[in-house]
Design a protein around this ligand. Sequence first.
Ligand code: NAI
Length: 211
Amino acid sequence: MERKTISNAVIKRLPRYYRYLGELLESGVERISSNDLSRRMKVTASQIRQDLNNFGGFGQQGYGYNVKFLYEEIGKILGVNQRHNMIIIGAGNLGQAIANYGNFEKRGFLVKAMFDINQELIGKYFGGVLVLDMKEMECFVKSHDIQIAALAIPKQKAEEIAHKLAECGVKGLWNFAHTDLNLEENVMVENVHLSESLMRLSYRIAQSEQT
Ligand code: NAI
């Protein structure tokens, strides 16, 4: 497939297309028009056509989109057609919640281990994932082809640990710690801040009350 630079806005929407198409596939829908997809996703049909045209457009006039084909193509673009080995740094409340959520595995994200400094957590299992001593992290990452690390540790430690992970060859950091990581290494960072999402919701509630 021809590769070109895709805007961040489009990339942000792709997982949503992927989710909807996955649900359609599960319910046995083989093809869908952009109008129908638009109604379900509450995105305009022209936005859908524009977004998917970025990848050469997978639709055919009068036929619509082949759901399985589109699902697989978007999966390739998102890289979820491959398996990604992942670890979680910090086995506290959040780390445990991530480990206990089985759906990541279905998407090809395999949590291979968790790491912590707390001796009371080391040796325990959460969602079938073993907590190892942080001292073993470096060696484990190198020997288990770990690509992604979820950071569920206090923010004061995040930057230092992020550098160490990058040095060990980790390609992506899924950062939950409340800090913006400044890394010069070639590592991708995706920040997830639930409280920011909650603040956007509170803003929208406040706006709606004003009208
Ligand atoms: P927690 O205190 O339950 O867990 C943190 C864990 O990190 C503890 O088990 C601790 O022993 C471990 N830890 C501390 N220093 C470490 C180190 N140097 N190496 C390895 N492990 C270390 O905290 P919780 O609730 O799980 O939150 C974790 C982090 O995620 C915090 O920074 C919190 O602010 C953040 N957070 C972010 C959210 C978001 O939406 N981005 C939502 C909830 C929490």
